[in-house]
Write a protein that binds this ligand. Structure first.
Ligand SMILES: Cc1cc2nc3c(=O)[nH]c(=O)nc-3n(C[C@H](O)[C@H](O)[C@H](O)COP(=O)(O)O)c2cc1C
Length: 149
């Protein structure tokens, strides 16, 4: 069975977490085995990342940048890749993003995560509480990601 990691930060209202759940539901509907990890609850062990077939990343906009814990993830990923790139590069990936009305973090988020592999679909963005439309778009993104494996 294909395995998908949904890696996200959610803290303030749980908005990004709701989007992550919807991405996971879509991927499971399409037959994937999904692991959800909120980096607000601890540092992600980069060695675990190697085994996944695809990954979805989600972040809130915090001070016009993506969440600090995802920056730590990216730093860990880059440093691990220098000594052994196996399983760390070239995965299909998808992005989702929550903001409070500004949303300037979208650009650095898309730019820095572009090095992770091949983007599937387009980023799903949401202002505030995810609407039914946003939740449906996240489910569809999860399905697409699972279909890309
Ligand atoms: C520390 C902090 C900084 C924030 N900075 C921004 C910002 O620069 N631009 C913006 O649009 N929203 C900003 N927000 C609002 C959050 O992006 C928004 O509420 C988001 O939905 C929170 O996601 P979460 O509930 O998953 O943590 C900020 C929120 C916090 C807590």
């Amino acid at each position: 069975m294909s395995s998908i990691l949904v890696l996200y930060h959610s803290q303030e209202h749980g908005n990004t977490g709701k989007m992550a759940q919807a991405v996971a539901e879509g991927a499971r509907d399409a037959g994937a085995d999904v692991v959800l990890f909120n980096t607000n609850e601890g540092r992600y062990d980069i060695e675990q990342y190697r085994a996944f077939n695809a990954v979805a990343f989600g972040t809130p906009d915090y001070f016009s940048y993506f969440a600090g814990t995802l920056k730590v993830f990216l730093d860990d990923w880059y440093i691990a890749k220098l000594s052994n790139a196996a399983g760390l590069t070239g995965k299909p990936y998808a992005l989702f993003f929550s903001h409070g009305g500004g949303g300037a973090a979208r650009s650095p988020f898309e730019k820095l995560f572009a090095q992770m592999g091949t983007q599937i679909g387009t980023i799903v963005t949401s202002a505030g509480t995810p609407s039914a439309t946003v939740v449906a778009a996240c489910r569809e993104l999860g399905r697409k990601l699972a279909g890309a494996i």
